[in-house]
Design a protein around this ligand. Structure first.
Ligand SMILES: Nc1ncnc2c1ncn2[C@@H]1O[C@H](COP(=O)(O)OP(=O)(O)OC[C@H]2O[C@@H]([n+]3cccc(C(=O)O)c3)[C@H](O)[C@@H]2O)[C@@H](O)[C@H]1O
Ligand SMILES: Nc1ncnc2c1ncn2[C@@H]1O[C@H](COP(=O)(O)OP(=O)(O)OP(=O)(O)O)[C@@H](O)[C@H]1O
Ligand SMILES: NC(=O)CC[C@H](N)C(=O)O
Length: 545
């Protein structure tokens, strides 16, 4: 028996396009002699469909497309196992269907609906009953859908009901160390049930989520025999044979997984790249300051989209150092992008005249806002989307200007702490990742990585005048944001004094209003701002020591 694992992309809401792609992949699987082609979770609608599911017309369209797709199997080609939505009595179910010879042979609903972190499935779907195995050509297939394997009951039920193989379609977004977590989990289900398991995940970017694929097959006994590449669309034909102790996958095909921080960089490329191309922008525009955040953002953009799609603009003010001017220019040259210099001085002077003189913070922020007015004017004129450059450390403590440097359509660094920004920049200067369209060599001058970070909004300004050193700040933030511990606990974990941690927690909590207005950006950690971590803006709570 040959089962083709189609680790492919999806476009949320593009039912017709997804069906067309499925038929193309099925044809490839047919050429390779597959008996069954398996697709990821909700392949017809795209994952996650979010509130589209609340539209009866969307559910009806998904059901209609599923029937037509089943019709298309009325040839001698392989059966298909694919995800769609089923509507019944006013409820919608996250569904998997098996179709062959022009007919839908079976339909099963997802039982465990994830409703934490970035997931809101209980909001739109109703949980199905515990699923029975699907009998197909004399084999009992257990088909738990994604979250169904994160808990024990579904696989145990399937085993008790006679399932012989577990085929698991997934829509599992990338997160640091997620591949190891998934594999450990699959091993648990395999050990508990004594059944082999094929784990198939989608690839591609969808707003804040990047899907890495990383599909695999584990045999009874816990050996991973198939490991598919992260991020790439691919079709792997797996062969299965039945022995005295049941079915096993006899194919051995192991592709290496990306080590850290290459996985993070890939997530950024996929998140930004798919956002820009799917929303039909001709390219992107970036304010290139000679600092590390905009340099790394530009490198990710070039690697994801190609240098011809990236336009960098340096907008010096009176406080811009000659080093910054040199570094921005050198960075643009290394990346091979279109580069312009537009001084903001005339605009700053006009604002001061209009306002009859402003000082301090107001004057600082005018510079940041004028840069964004300039970039948005270029975006309106030429169609390029403005990319936002703020990292997670800055976004945590509100060290960014509302309607200033926070502006833009998408932020690839949004979930990366500044220490990760340093790591990624050093790493990218030494290595060009697979799939990258940018230069083979370094992407930014070393001085950009080594100089002290500065917003350059007043003379001799350094980030460390306002914030603790980033290595220390990030340790506190990881404790407060990723681990959700109290100020006292964070002080104990990090070794930083309680008063400093309390002040960082204060900054973190009061900056919620900025984050609520910030552009989306790709999730890479356990708790990204926006989807995972949802705090009240008007909030009187402070944690104890
Ligand atoms: N709860 C709330 N809900 C809604 N709005 C609220 C609010 N609290 C204040 N506000 C509003 O927000 C304003 C304050 O926010 P904002 O105007 O952003 O100004 P603010 O946060 O005070 O200043 C921006 C900070 O970002 C730093 N920074 C770092 C790096 C780069 C850049 C850059 O721009 O390139 C800037 C800069 O040095 C400064 O410390 C208030 O004037 C008020 O209008
Ligand atoms: N002189 C400038 N020219 C063009 N864009 C600028 C300039 N100054 C700031 N910006 C934009 O505003 C963003 C925020 O500035 P900020 O100084 O925080 O970041 P950075 O310069 O990239 O990195 P660093 O935090 O290391 O200084 C920049 O990433 C850049 O997009
Ligand atoms: N689509 C899902 O059910 C995803 C939930 C699951 N816990 C995951 O991240 O893989």
């Amino acid at each position: 028996m040959k089962i083709a694992l189609a680790q492919i992309d999806q476009r949320v809401g593009d039912i017709a396009g997804n069906v067309e792609a499925m038929l193309e992949w099925r044809a490839k699987a047919a050429d390779a002699g597959a008996d069954l082609v398996m697709f990821p979770e909700l392949q017809i609608t795209g994952y996650p469909p979010e509130d589209l599911v609340l539209k009866p017309g969307f559910v009806a369209a998904a059901m209609e497309a599923s029937e037509r797709l089943a019709d298309a199997t009325a040839d001698d080609g392989p059966a298909i196992l694919f995800g769609s939505i089923h509507g019944r009595a006013g409820a919608a179910y996250n569904t998997v269907l098996l179709a062959e010879n022009g007919k839908v042979l079976a339909r099963r609903f997802k039982h465990e609906l994830p409703n934490y972190g970035t997931f809101d499935e209980l909001r739109v779907f109703r949980p199905g009953p515990l699923p029975e195995p699907i009998e197909w050509r004399g084999v009992k297939l257990g088909v738990p859908i994604c979250e169904d394997i994160w808990l024990e009951p579904v696989c145990q039920y399937l085993k008790a009901a006679g399932a012989e193989i577990l085929l698991v379609p997934n829509g599992s977004p990338y997160e640091l160390n997620k591949d190891e977590i998934r594999q450990a989990l699959a091993m648990e289900r395999v050990t508990e049930t004594g059944l082999p398991l094929a784990y198939l995940n989608r690839v591609g970017g969808q707003d804040e989520l990047a899907f890495d694929g990383s599909s695999f097959v584990v045999n009874r006994g816990g050996k991973i025999v198939v490991q598919m590449r992260e991020w790439d669309e691919a079709l792997t034909i797996t062969e299965w044979a039945k022995g005295d102790d049941g079915w096993a996958c006899t194919t051995e095909s192991i592709e290496p997984l990306d080590p850290y921080p290459e996985d993070v960089y890939h997530a950024m490329m996929v998140g930004l790249g798919d956002y820009v191309t799917r929303n039909r922008f001709p390219g992107v525009i970036i304010g290139l300051s000679g600092g590390i955040d905009s340099a790394l953002t530009a490198a990710v953009a070039v690697d994801a989209l190609g240098a011809d799609k990236v336009w960098c603009v340096m907008m010096p003010s009176d406080y811009t150092s000659s080093d910054s001017l040199e570094d921005a220019k050198a960075c643009a040259e290394m990346l091979g992008v279109k580069y312009d210099i537009i001084p903001i001085k005339p605009g700053v002077e006009a604002m001061h005249e209009m306002l009859d003189g402003v000082d301090g913070l107001a004057a600082e922020n005018i510079q940041s806002r004028l840069r964004m007015v300039t970039l948005m004017a270029l975006s309106n004129e030429h169609g390029h989307m403005l990319v936002t450059t703020g990292n997670k450390s800055e976004m945590s403590v509100g060290y960014a200007t509302l309607y200033g440097d926070m502006s833009g359509g998408y932020n690839p660094l949004k979930d990366a702490y500044k220490t990760t920004v340093f790591e990624l920049s050093r790493w990218r200067n030494a290595k060009k990742p697979r799939r990258a369209l940018g230069p083979d060599g370094p992407v930014m001058p070393v001085r950009i990585i080594e100089k002290p970070p500065s917003a350059e909004l007043r003379p001799d300004q350094k980030d460390e005048d306002s914030l603790p050193p980033y290595a220390k700040l990030d340790r506190m933030l990881e404790a407060l944001v990723e681990d959700e511990v109290s100020v006292g606990e964070a002080a104990r974990i990090t070794g930083v004094d309680v008063e400093t941690v309390r002040e960082i927690e204060r900054k973190l909590l009061i900056a919620e209003y900025k984050r609520r207005q910030a552009p989306p950006g790709v999730k890479i950690g356990r708790r990204n701002f926006g989807r995972d971590r949802r705090y009240p803006i008007t909030n009187f709570y402070r944690s104890g020591s």
